[in-house]
Ligand binder design. Structure first.
Ligand code: FAD
Length: 894
């Protein structure tokens, strides 16, 4: 019998007044109830400790008028037991608090959970006892519990934030908190009521309070976006989907981004006309569904400031058209954050409530509260006599309930408050290094509040219980995250937060609502499905990032970082891996060209620029095609001669089109993308000589193309970067043209294949080592390869124009790019390097697919503008360009 099972028997005893169990769960909400059910089924001796006198968690405490869920209830339900699903039918699209509380009570009864829940028991401290390898929990009623595993299912939104206003104690009227609403009836009829706060709870409560109160005054600090819920029965189409294939529907939810099965939107805003966008918006407005409007309108709404603004403006228009008084409408209209960056709310008549004669809005931005007095509230402009104050001031989210158990003392006497002094540090949002056998359900670092939490809770509970079972089977008694894994997760979290716009809002997602709280995006922004796959990968990679120990088994520690790729790069590479494509080189050169053209046709189209013109220029042996991208701003503009990637074998006007458009917009420069001839039809040095000839012609005809009188710049990606680098050397040696700067993006610079990146990244990152061999073979015979016109690293490097060299961590070409930058610098050429952490060869050219490439392109554009002597573009700061950019920048971290 495994050791853990022996312990399970022994744990039923009580030792000196301290109850001994295998697992203690704290919290009897959605998470705690499911955990208890699963733990019991798995044969663990488990109990739940709960501060309240009954089950329900969120739905026990939040009884304010209008309290409802805002994810459709058919989605916001347990899914672990199909029989439970058929035994319960929701009455509304968005169920009320009493109905959800009844549901959780029904679940507790159905699985006979209450007998192992200790109600009215608040955990006040937790200490890891190194000797027996157990947690000792102390509680406010004196009960003590010793357990092997301590699972905090204490809730993300369960620690109310205390009001930050002087004089609350002096107030003689009634005070209520939405988050601690009394069970007895609260009578508001005929009373002068104030609501402080306009977050989700307030937005639900205000219309109902306004119907009862003699007068309602709402004190608003920050307006929020709210959308009509259009509550009623569950929509027939969603129900049909669910009932048509319940298992499939639930599975799709588990792998979706938000925990609700909606397809991923691929159309981007600028591909739609104003009319199309409005049509999509009106449909979403009528649907009354948060996840729908957050994900289904256009693909860039959550990741791009401009795409988001288009939607935010349409919502602002709705607010203006609903609220009669223009001043009140203006005060209710959010302008300080992108839509969705802060939790949007679902409402029923919220904005229209401000048209009632008995409702007043006080804008605290214009008249802050000075104090609460015995009879009411004084702002710095006026006084309000009040009978009732309702605080809807929200929660100390994500970390509040965890930190409220004070102290949590881990291995070596470390306190969690100290470890988290500058913000929560976790591995997967589930565990903390130094705190063995402590798990957090939907903790900071997991999708939690950015998801349908019912789905996220089940995933966490399953993952934890499955791990405990596996440990028991293997004889392990302790599990702990490693510091390296935790630090890697922090990096991955930071990378993810660059993906969405959440970082641009001051919100409870970032801790900004609590004075003194460390700031940072706390929930995982990479999505529910990707997160699930990462958790699964941790297991399939032998519990990567965890140390497992037990009395009779050797220690197991497979240390490392679970995600080193940028999050969207990981998605792209996973998608490519799933396609199981044959190696590109197996198609032959024409086949590869056709394949790449077909592949590129499926990408998002590039963004509009002022003008795109196709033309021909004279090359050394005949005309060469070019495509010119002109900015929308008035010219003349500096000209960048651009060389496409494609291993000297492919690359047409379409292939780098989105990149050229993007860079044209960002730099405000003309990009002329040159169609040099390809191998194997045209071998070395054709591509190089074509490139040089084109650069020379463009420089000489700059004015005709709309260029300014300054020198040209050159840029290129991959083999195109090779041609750009060589062009600079040839221009220096052959009497021009003058070149103001060179942008070399993942360039080929040398014919040696023995640098580490060729081995580290030989396969799995799209550009493979064998594909590079193939390119070289098609283009250049071995005898020619050391010629500086194809291996510029072997050329003379002094006297070259300033360079901006971009390399990607997971690229076979990484090290030769770095070597070139270092060699240029050693030769006295001004060089800046951007080493794209977590990126692959195509990261920066996959515009609007690899979103984390944006900040890198912003930095490239800035460098090009500097080379051309143009002023810095300050307007794009939000895209991640730090104000004090270091010489060497880590693209992903900036
Ligand atoms: C008004 C409101 C509406 C919401 N609507 C939605 C929605 O539509 N969709 C959605 O996905 N999410 C919604 N949420 C988020 C909601 O919190 C979660 O969906 C879910 O209910 C969380 O369940 P939980 O078990 O993790 O935590 P909770 O339900 O918060 O339960 C935690 C429990 O732990 C107990 N506890 C905490 N600390 C201690 C301690 N030290 N000792 C003992 N007991 C302790 C608390 O008393 C509480 O009962 C909403 C939240 C609020 C406040």
């Amino acid at each position: 019998m495994p050791g853990g099972m022996v312990e399970a028997r022994a744990s039923e005893a009580t030792n000196g007044g301290t109850e001994q169990v295998d697992v203690t769960v704290v919290g009897a909400g959605f998470a705690g109830l499911y955990l208890l059910h699963r733990l019991r089924k798995a044969g663990f001796n488990a109990i739940v400790l709960e501060e309240a006198d009954d089950v329900g968690g969120t739905w026990y405490w939040n009884r304010y008028p209008g309290a409802r869920c805002d994810i459709q209830t058919i989605d916001y339900s347990y899914t672990f037991d199909p029989e439970l699903e058929s035994a319960w039918r929701w009455s509304e699209k968005y169920a009320t608090q009493p109905e959800i509380l009844r549901y959780l009570g029904f679940v507790a009864d159905r699985y006979d959970l209450r007998r192992d829940i200790r109600f009215d028991t608040k955990v006040t401290a937790a200490t890891w006892d190194e000797g027996p390898q157990r947690w000792l929990l102390t509680t406010d009623n004196g009960a003590k519990v010793s357990c092997r595993h301590y699972i905090m299912a204490t809730g993300c939104l369960s620690a109310p934030k205390p009001p930050e206003i002087d004089g609350v104690k002096d107030f003689k009227g009634e005070i209520y908190f939405t988050s601690r609403w009394p069970q007895k009836e609260v009578k508001l009829a005929g009373k002068r009521v104030v609501v402080i706060g306009t977050g989700s709870s307030a937005i639900q409560a205000i219309p109902l309070i306004a119907e009862q109160a003699a007068h309602l005054t709402v004190f608003q600090r920050t307006p929020n976006f709210a959308l009509p819920a259009h509550n009623g029965p569950a929509p027939a189409d969603r129900l049909a989907l669910l009932e048509g294939d319940r298992a499939g529907y639930r599975e799709q939810a588990r792998w979706s981004l938000g925990g609700v099965p909606w397809p991923q939107q691929t159309v981007v805003s600028w591909q739609l006309s104003d009319t199309d966008r409005r049509e999509r918006f009106e449909k979403a407005w009528a649907a009354g569904d948060l996840i729908y409007i957050l994900t289904q309108l256009w693909a860039d709404q959550a990741v791009d400031v401009d795409g988001n603004a288009l939607l935010a403006d349409l919502i602002r228009e709705k607010i203006r058209s609903t609220v009669n008084d223009p001043e009140t409408a203006a005060a209710l209209t959010p302008h300080d954050h992108p839509f969705g960056a802060k939790r949007p709310c679902l409402d029923t008549n919220y904005y229209a409530t401000y048209n009632r004669p008995n409702v007043t809005l006080v804008n605290l931005r214009q008249e802050p509260i000075k104090a609460i007095t015995s009879s009411g509230i004084t702002t710095d402009k006026r006084s309000f006599d009040v009978d009732v104050i309702v605080f809807a001031t929200g929660f100390d989210a994500m970390t509040g309930a965890i930190m409220a158990v004070h102290e949590i003392t881990g291995r070596g006497g470390r306190s969690l408050s100290d470890v988290w002094a500058h913000g929560p540090q976790t591995y997967l949002g589930l565990t903390v290094a130094g705190f063995p056998n402590l798990f957090m359900i939907t903790g900071p670092g997991s999708p939690s509040v950015l998801s349908n939490m019912a789905v996220s809770i089940e995933q966490h509970a399953d993952w934890v219980v499955d791990r405990l079972i596996a440990m028991r089977e293997a004889g392990f008694t302790a599990i702990e995250a490693t510091e390296a894994a935790q630090a890697g997760w922090a990096r991955h979290m930071a990378d993810c937060s660059m993906l969405t716009l959440h970082r641009l809002a001051n919100t409870w997602y970032t801790g900004a609502n609590v004075p003194g709280k460390a700031r940072g995006v706390m929930p995982y922004t990479g999505g529910v499905g990707p997160y699930r796959s990462i958790c699964n990968e941790v297991v399939s990679q032998g519990m990567l990032g965890f140390r497992l120990t037990g009395p009779n088994v050797p220690e197991q520690c497979n240390d490392g970082e679970i995600v080193r790729l940028q999050p969207d790069v990981r998605l792209v590479l996973n998608m490519l891996a799933e396609m199981k494509l044959p190696p590109l080189e197996s198609f032959g050169s024409q086949g590869a060209r056709d394949f790449v053209a077909q592949f590129n046709a499926a990408r998002p189209a590039g963004r509009p620029v002022g003008e795109v013109v196709d033309g021909m220029l004279p090359g050394t042996d005949g005309p060469l095609p070019y495509r010119l991208y002109r900015p929308a701003t008035p010219g003349p503009h500096p000209i960048v001669v651009y060389f496409r990637g494609g291993g000297w074998v492919f690359g047409d006007a379409q292939s780098d089109d989105p990149f050229c458009r993007d860079m044209c917009r960002r730099t405000g420069m003309i990009f002329v993308s040159v169609g040099y001839r390809h191998a194997p039809e045209h071998r070395f040095p054709t591509a190089t000589e074509d490139g040089y000839a084109a650069a020379r012609w463009i420089a000489e005809h700059g004015a005709e193309l709309g260029g300014d009188s300054g020198p040209i710049l050159v840029a290129g990606w991959s083999a195109g970067g090779n041609i750009a680098a060589v062009t600079c050397q040839l221009a220096r040696d052959r009497g021009g043209p003058p070149i103001a700067g060179q942008l070399l993006l993942s360039p080929v610079t040398d014919c040696t294949f023995d640098r580490p990146s060729y081995n580290d990244n030989a396969t799995g990152y799209f550009l493979t080592r064998s594909l590079m061999y193939w390119f070289w073979d098609l283009y250049c015979s071995p005898a020619d390869r050391t010629d500086p016109r194809v291996s510029p690293l072997r050329g003379k490097l002094t006297g070259l124009p300033p360079a901006y060299v971009v390399t990607c961590e997971f690229d076979p070409l990484r090290d030769e790019g770095i070597a070139y930058a270092d060699a240029l610098a050693a030769a006295g050429v001004p060089v800046e390097q951007l080493q794209g952490r977590g990126h692959f060869h195509s990261s920066f050219t996959m515009v609007d697919v690899v979103i984390t490439g944006v900040s890198g392109r912003a930095q490239m554009a800035e460098a090009m503008r500097r080379f051309a002597g143009l002023p810095e573009e300050t307007g794009r700061r939000h895209e991640g360009v730090p104000p004090d950019r270091p010489r060497e920048v880590d693209a992903a971290a900036s």
